[in-house]
Design a protein around this ligand. Structure first.
Ligand code: NAD
Length: 594
């Protein structure tokens, strides 16, 4: 296969144009060596183009990398096999993350193939729970910059900072200010790992083109003293700037994104503190294409789980009583979407509010409570009851059909409460949403054993299957990853103006419909995680239908077949052949290029 020196060729303009045109898909130009005039060592250092040992001899010669690689020519299958062997040989999840990150920075297509084809194994590494550990140690494991940092010192120059990002065709941003990362608190600039991880799932799960997404970390300081004293900390070393200056930075950021990348650029908010999360969602939802995953993604996935459960309990949505332990961002977001679902099912707004109860660490949310902890978003759920500080009394009073925990307090749903739920309901529903597993309000084992398998259970973090009286019960994980990648794909491909609350409700309903009867029989309230990529694409297609039907999609002309349309946008991790149009004739023929 060796090609002699006399055959070394240079790329003509006509040939370059022919190759470049292969990379224009869906109006977005994917990188090619020619349209970026990248050759030699530079090509091997460009992760979007690098194929490592899979470059052919012709490509190596034409693109001036001949001799820079060992002589063997392999293929992606073998590279995939080698990556998995190396990955599995590592014993710590943090090292597995570092290994995958290194691959992502070297060879993007191979990275995404590994991720996509082994999603169940890889998801806990590129995202929760490992990403939490990664964020805690971000400064320690830092070796290359990823994503864009915008700091409070950039106020007045945010647009210029955005212009430094090398990709021009950005259509989706995940932004965090790191004030409340997972259950880990304020991680400041270390939260970049969250934006990076979420966007990796955009591509792995719904096929978003990686070069069209941008991870952003807004750094206004941190109130985490441990980080302020960490000599490896990578962020601004002062307390958080708050108030008008902070709001002005966010305002400028949103406007700069619109100016630089256009009105339809999706902006996903991630891990902002509750007050800011609700404030920005309220402020920007009708102005930009934006959503907050902690509030709306969590809400959609939890409501989907509840709707799946109701397929088993056969109790119509409007006849249920829902009790939330915890009244923070997660619970309030779920309660708000549930309220909408109940109104859609025929209840008046007040009747729906009357069916949803929230308890925080000071007890039931009631009108007589005057503490500042009750926000305007929680007020509609406040009941006309006397003060009820003991959550157990509230449970006894309400006798809920569904009990949801999102408090971060392990053991809050005691054996006694599980037993009572089983007594009051033919098929009770209990969700223990707090992460990680050690913080869950109860365990899968307790739920299935105490209720004798009657309870329909879902959790925030995965539990192992439970054997009970000859039957194996599988626990559904209310993972936001069922929601946000599909939502992003629809918003980007259909150019959705604004992401409405109803879109999240539809997403929940469609997801619940995707759960098969045999999954429900095994105790699963969500589709199996192994199918999540195909399910995300199908979900995106159904959301696209909905977006056109309701007039929020603006991509014109409307595609007739939405499933085909979404699939046309899906990222292809197969290597591109850089050469086909350079050699439309046999190398030995008379037209050989000199
Ligand atoms: P948060 O801090 O905003 O709210 C916690 C709430 O729990 C507060 O209202 C607090 O008063 C209440 N609380 C704490 N201890 C309590 C107790 N002993 N009794 C009654 N109430 C108590 O947190 P959040 O963002 O709402 O998240 C809560 C939990 O939900 C976290 O563990 C998080 O990991 C989890 N979560 C899960 C998902 C998911 O499953 N997809 C998504 C988001 C959050």
């Amino acid at each position: 296969m060796f090609v002699c020196k006399s055959r070394l060729v240079s790329v003509s303009k006509r040939q370059s144009a022919a190759v470049s045109s292969q990379f224009v898909r869906n109006g977005s130009k994917e990188k090619s060596p020619q349209n970026h005039a990248i050759q030699g060592t530079q090509l091997l250092r460009e992760p979007a183009l690098n194929k490592g040992l899979a470059f052919t001899i012709e490509e190596r010669q034409t693109l001036r990398i001949h001799g820079l690689l060992p002589p063997v020519v392999t293929n992606q299958d073998l590279q995939h096999e080698r990556v998995l062997l190396n990955f599995n040989a590592l014993t710590s999840n943090l090292n597995k993350y570092i290994y995958l990150t290194d691959l992502q920075m070297r060879n993007k297509k191979l990275f995404y193939r590994v991720l996509i084809e082994n999603i169940e194994q890889m998801m806990p590494i590129v995202y929760t729970p490992t990403v939490g550990e990664v964020c805690l140690k971000y400064g320690m494991i830092y070796h290359q910059p990823r994503g864009l940092y915008i700091t409070i010192n950039d106020l007045g120059h945010v647009y210029d900072v955005l212009c430094n990002w090398p990709e021009q065709n950005i259509e989706a941003i995940v932004v965090t200010d790191g004030e409340r990362v997972l259950g880990l608190g304020d991680l400041g600039a270390y939260a970049m790992g969250i934006s990076v991880g979420k966007l990796a799932l955009y591509t792995a799960l719904s096929g978003v083109q990686p070069h069209q997404s941008l991870p952003v970390c807004i750094d206004v300081g941190t109130n985490n003293d441990k980080l302020l004293n960490d000599k490896f900390y990578t962020g601004l070393r002062h307390k958080r700037v708050t108030g008008e200056k902070y709001d002005a930075l966010m305002e400028e950021f949103m406007a700069a994104v619109k100016r630089k990348y256009g009105q339809f650029t999706l902006i996903q908010f991630e891990d902002f503190a509750n007050q800011n999360a609700f404030k920005f969602l309220h402020r920007y939802r009708n102005q930009y294409c934006t959503f907050n995953d902690d509030i709306q993604g969590t809400a959609a996935v939890a409501v989907a789980g509840l709707l799946s459960a109701l397929r088993v309990t056969k109790v119509p949505l409007r006849e249920n009583k829902f009790l939330f332990l915890g009244a923070g961002g997660a619970s309030t977001g779920i309660a708000m979407l549930l309220h909408r679902a109940m109104v859609d099912s025929g209840l008046t707004s007040q009747e729906a509010y009357n069916s949803i109860f929230l308890v925080d660490k000071d007890g039931l949310l009631v009108k007589s409570r005057t503490d500042a902890a009750i926000s305007s978003f929680q007020k509609p759920f406040c009941k006309d009851f006397p003060l009820m500080p003991d959550y157990k009394e509230v449970i006894d009073l309400v006798k809920p059909t569904a009990l949801l925990g999102a408090t971060g307090s392990p053991g809050l749903i005691s054996h006694e409460i599980i037993a009572k739920m089983s007594e009051w309901n033919e098929r009770p529903v209990i969700f223990a949403l707090s992460n990680p597993t050690s913080c869950a309000e109860c365990t899968a084992e307790d739920v299935y054993r105490i209720s004798k398998g009657k309870i329909l259970f879902a959790s925030g973090s995965p539990f192992d299957p439970v054997e009970y009286e000859g039957k194996t019960f599988y626990t559904g994980q209310g993972n936001n990853a069922f929601i946000f990648p599909a939502m992003a794909m629809t918003a980007m491909s259909c150019r959705v103006k604004h992401i409405t609350e109803h879109m999240f409700l539809k997403c929940a309903q469609y997801l619940a419909e995707m759960v098969r009867e045999e999954d429900l029989d095994r105790g699963l309230l969500y589709p199996p995680l192994g199918d999540i990529r195909e399910d995300s694409i199908k979900l995106a297609a159904r959301l696209a239908e909905y977006s056109y039907r309701t007039g929020i999609a603006t991509y014109y002309p409307e595609p007739m077949d939405k499933d085909e349309f979404i699939r046309e946008h899906v990222y292809d991790y197969e290597y591109r052949d850089f050469m086909p149009k350079l050699y439309p004739f046999p190398l030995d023929g008379p037209n050989e290029v000199k």
